[in-house]
Design a protein around this ligand. Structure first.
Ligand code: B12
Ligand code: SF4
Length: 520
């Protein structure tokens, strides 16, 4: 039996003081809960150290490692968390060389070789980590474990890619018991959760579209896989049993196979469990469907977020949104959701690869004109693992490899845009909030009326004050307390190559089996 410590790094610096901090996303981390479930199923002991809600402080981690004495430490990291991951690897090795330090998640899946080179990690898990991590915990010889890259003496070795999980019902239930749901009740923003505590859940994995700013294929592959409606309802029952009263879906395209999404909603209704839920990760506008929305509402769904991204049809086409997404479809989608009694959030991006000042203005005016209950503007950052990152790198347009600065409210110039300066994009990000939120009478009145109707007026007023006093983009310096920044191995990204690792090159072509009920 292995003793495992899973660490979720701090989110403080990537949300920080920006306006977006009003939606602080503090909840149990699904990636760790899913890999923990497999490890527990195989007889290993697992504990989670969650730093999401606090500032990164290596002393907290050191104390835990010294008292718990894990054999394996597993860390999950998106790009802005990579420096914490580097620090944790150095810290763990300073405590004991025998601790196996493993990383997984979006960033390291995109750049496994470079991640090993700029850290003291032993193993990087590429893509889906459920069974791979189970094999590592079992102590299987590394060369026999598919889907990893690892350090051996002075070299880095890779094993063949792991085929992705065909039937998601084969996964054990996420190990929700590893988190104390009540601890999280008051930590999450009330703009994000109506009935906290909130858990993150996934009913499906993957996506069949190819937006150039999106990194989802690196971990979840091109293609769509779904749990059975019965399994989804069983998960809702389990979350409820562990004290959660709301869940948010991590799914990339939950409504894009409407027949299945309806069946899932009906299964939740039939389970008799009352849970509020939302499609927080964003759904596609062309998947909007009156009957589906009404069924979702009956099943407890109270909010959907639409990934509008742009207010210009040409831009949508050019960055690869794909499908039938359009400005007109976006308007229809908002109307249908509202008619079903579901709140709507809009996600918009500024500085998309084809954007110009005119098209960003189109986006802001489009956002202003929609009857949304909430909206979020982010800068389209070229994150590692996205086609945008690869293209900008190849054209010599990337300006920073400091992962601390990689988040959508960053004020550090991260790349040179083909048509715009980074500073111009930031200017538009500030202007977007002013124009579409703060000086938009129809938004203010709608939100006011909604606040009175739902009795959430107090929360709205509280967050409104926070919103107007916080800057649009994060302008504070990072305050993480690192163990030994000077001991982090360095990889010179400017001068050395990046291996654009493709976990599953064979799946770049969409077959009917991969599309699975989605209209593309
Ligand atoms: C939920 C979510 C969040 C949550 C939680 C993030 C988290 N740390 O888990 C919140 C809201 C905090 C968030 C924030 C951000 N996110 Co986010 N998020 C997602 C989302 C929608 C779902 C992730 C999820 O839970 N999936 C379900 C679980 C089961 O899958 P998973 O996390 O991939 O984990 C599996 C594997 O990756 C692997 N694995 C993961 N961790 C580990 C650890 C170990 C030890 C092992 C062995 C394996 C392993 O095994 C797991 C099981 O198979 C994804 C979209 C997507 N499709 O992945 C984006 C995504 C991960 N986010 C992304 C981005 C850009 C961000 C932000 C940077 C945006 C910003 N604000 O600037 C921030 C980062 C700040 C932060 N603090 O993390 C990008 C990642 C790009 C990148 N290069 O890092 C994604 C891929 C979105 C996209 N479509 O491009 N996000
Ligand atoms: S539809 Fe969403 S998940 Fe799919 S590629 Fe576009 S942004 Fe990524």
């Amino acid at each position: 039996m292995s003793k495992i410590l899973l660490i979720n790094p701090s989110y403080r610096d990537s949300y920080g003081s920006a306006k977006a901090s009003i939606i602080d996303p503090v909840f149990p981390t699904l990636s760790l809960l899913t890999i923990a479930a497999v490890a527990e199923q195989r007889g290993h002991k697992v504990e989670v150290l969650d730093l999401s809600f606090m500032q990164y402080d290596y002393r907290v981690i050191r104390e835990k490692i010294v008292s718990y004495k894990p054999d394996i430490i597993g860390v999950s990291a998106t790009t802005p968390l990579m420096n914490q991951l580097r620090d944790i690897s150095v810290l763990a090795k300073s405590i004991s060389k025998d601790i196996l330090v493993v990383a997984g998640g979006s960033h390291v899946s995109a750049m496994p070789v470079e991640s090993l080179k700029e850290s003291m990690l032993d193993i990087v898990v590429v893509g889906e980590g459920d069974a791979t991590f189970g094999d590592i915990a079992d102590g299987k010889p590394l060369k026999m474990i598919f889907g990893i890259q690892y350090r051996k003496d002075d070299s880095i070795l890779a094993t063949p890619p792991r085929p992705f999980i065909h039937n998601l019902d084969d996964l054990p239930m996420p190990a929700w018991h590893l988190y104390d749901s009540q601890f999280y009740k008051n930590k999450i923003s009330r703009l994000l959760a109506k009935h906290p505590p909130l858990a993150m859940a996934e009913f499906s994995r993957g996506c069949v579209f190819k937006c150039d700013f999106c990194a989802s294929k690196n971990t979840m592959a091109l293609g769509y896989r779904k749990k059975s409606p019965e399994r989804c309802a069983e998960e809702v029952r389990a979350m409820h049993k562990f004290g959660y009263r709301e869940f948010a879906l991590a799914d990339d395209i939950f409504t894009s196979d409407p027949a299945w999404a309806k069946a899932v909603s009906r299964a939740i209704i039939n389970s008799g469990v009352k849970m509020a839920w939302s499609c927080t990760n964003g759904i596609r506008v062309e998947s909007a469907d009156d009957e589906l929305f009404r069924t979702m509402r009956k099943a407890g769904c109270y909010r959907v977020a639409f990934g509008f991204e742009s207010g210009n049809d040409k831009v949508l086409k050019m960055f690869g949104k794909g499908g039938k997404a359009s400005i007109v479809k976006g308007r229809e989608a908002v109307r249908m959701a509202r008619a079903a009694g579901i709140d709507t959030t809009g996600y918009f991006m500024l500085g998309l690869s084809p954007d110009t000042e005119e098209t960003m203005t189109d986006t802001i005016e489009y956002a202003r004109s929609l009857s949304l209950d909430m909206m979020k503007f982010g800068i389209a950052i070229a994150f590692p693992g996205t086609p945008m990152f690869k293209e900008y790198r190849e054209k010599g347009m990337l300006r920073s490899y400091n992962w601390d600065d990689y988040f959508i409210y960053s004020e550090q110039p991260l790349f040179s845009h083909p048509n715009l300066s980074f500073e111009k994009v930031q200017e538009f990000a500030k202007y977007a909030y002013r124009r579409a939120v703060l000086t938009n009478p129809s938004f203010i009145l709608r939100r006011l009326w909604r606040g009175i109707r739902t009795k959430e007026f107090f929360w709205d007023a509280y967050y409104f004050m926070k919103f107007i006093t916080a800057p649009s983009i994060n302008n504070k310096t990072h305050t993480a307390i690192y163990f030994a920044r000077d001991q982090w191995p360095v990889y010179d990204f400017e001068k050395q190559p990046i291996t654009f690792y493709q976990a599953r090159p064979a799946t770049n072509k969409l077959t009917p089996e991969l599309i699975q009920g989605v209209t593309i």
